[in-house]
Every structure is written in structure tokens, then in C-alpha cells.
Design a protein around this ligand. Structure first.
Ligand code: DAT
Ligand code: MG
Length: 150
């Protein structure tokens, strides 16, 4: 869908390493529309909800600790096939397998410090957007969009 939405997040390591602008620029340049953005230092409780599907994995406690180390940049991007294309732009979960040119393939080495998050399905995107932006997103028009997709 051309109105598909995905939840993209710069993780605490991405913020610390000064990669926020680079990551935003990639989504802007690709033609997606920014409809929500905030800097937030999430609580472990909030992060446990975000990663509820992974509860029970051996790396879960470490993941929550890492994600709570500092603020993250929470964003919602909208556009054609935003979920799938967002995942391609992020690269594989383990940077060992992330292609150069992807965010993780350009900036990350370790799965436990992989810089960014992106929703893996439209259904999960809707859940994540509701969790991180209970106040809602901003409806606005970019007239450029007719020059990006049909
Ligand atoms: P993704 O972030 O690509 O959607 P995921 O949802 O399977 O991947 O896992 C969420 C995060 O958990 C991932 O970005 C990094 C961490 N993680 C996943 N698998 C891991 C592992 N085997 N060891 C350590 N951390 C892991
Ligand atoms: Mg995931």
C-alpha cells in the first residue's frame, strides 16, 4: 500500500554514535514521509512490551538493558511498502550478514549493538506505533509524493 506505515527506531547506540541524521536522511531520500518523531528514554517495562515476542530468549535481559541505556529516536515513516523496504534498508539482524549499503551493514558489527529497529510486518507496525505513539501521528501532505510513486 502507498499509505503503509512502519515503526523505525534509532537505538541508544545509534544516538550515541551520532547516526540519527544519517538514518533519517536515508528514509527521507528514499521517498518516505515522516509522520511522527520523538527522542525518548524508554523504561525497561516499556521495552519489554515492545519486545514481548522475544521474552524467554536467552538474550532478552541483555536486550532490554541495552535498549534502556539511553534515549532512542522513535519514528513513523509512511509510503509504498514501508515495512518491507524499511527492513531492507536496515539490513539483516546480525551485522555479520548485513549487506554493505544497509544501515547495519554500514555502521554495525555486533547483533547486540545493531543501531536500529524496524517493524517486521504491517500488523506489528500497527502495534508498535500504538505503543510508542499513543498520542497519535501527524497527518500532513507532501506534494512531492506524486513524483516518487504513482
Ligand atoms: P530485528 O531487530 O532484525 O527485527 P529480532 O526482532 O529477531 O530482530 O530481534 C530483536 C533484537 O534482539 C535484534 O535487533 C538484536 C537482538 N537479538 C536478536 N537475536 C539475537 C541474538 N541471537 N543474540 C543477541 N541479540 C539478539
Ligand atoms: Mg524484530
Amino acid at each position: 500500500s502507498i499509505k503503509e506505515r512502519t515503526y523505525i527506531m534509532v537505538k541508544p547506540d545509534g544516538v550515541q554514535r551520532g547516526l540519527v541524521g544519517n538514518i533519517i536522511a536515508r528514509f527521507e531520500g528514499r521517498g518516505f514521509k515522516l509522520i511522527a518523531l520523538k527522542l525518548v528514554h524508554a523504561t525497561p517495562e516499556h521495552l519489554e512490551k515492545h519486545y514481548a515476542d522475544l521474552k524467554g530468549k536467552p538474550f532478552f535481559p541483555g536486550l532490554i538493558k541495552y535498549m534502556a541505556l539511553g534515549p532512542v529516536v522513535a519514528m513513523v515513516w509512511e509510503g509504498l511498502d514501508a515495512v518491507k523496504t524499511g527492513r531492507v534498508m536496515l539490513g539483516a539482524t546480525n551485522p555479520l550478514a548485513s549487506a554493505p549499503g544497509t544501515i547495519r551493514g554500514d555502521f554495525a558489527l555486533a547483533v547486540g549493538r545493531n543501531i536500529c529497529h524496524g517493524s517486521d510486518s504491517v500488523e506489528n507496525a500497527e502495534k508498535e506505533i500504538a505503543l510508542w505513539f499513543p498520542e497519535g501521528v501527524v497527518q500532513h501532505e507532501l506534494t512531492l509524493s506524486t513524483w516518487v510513486f504513482e
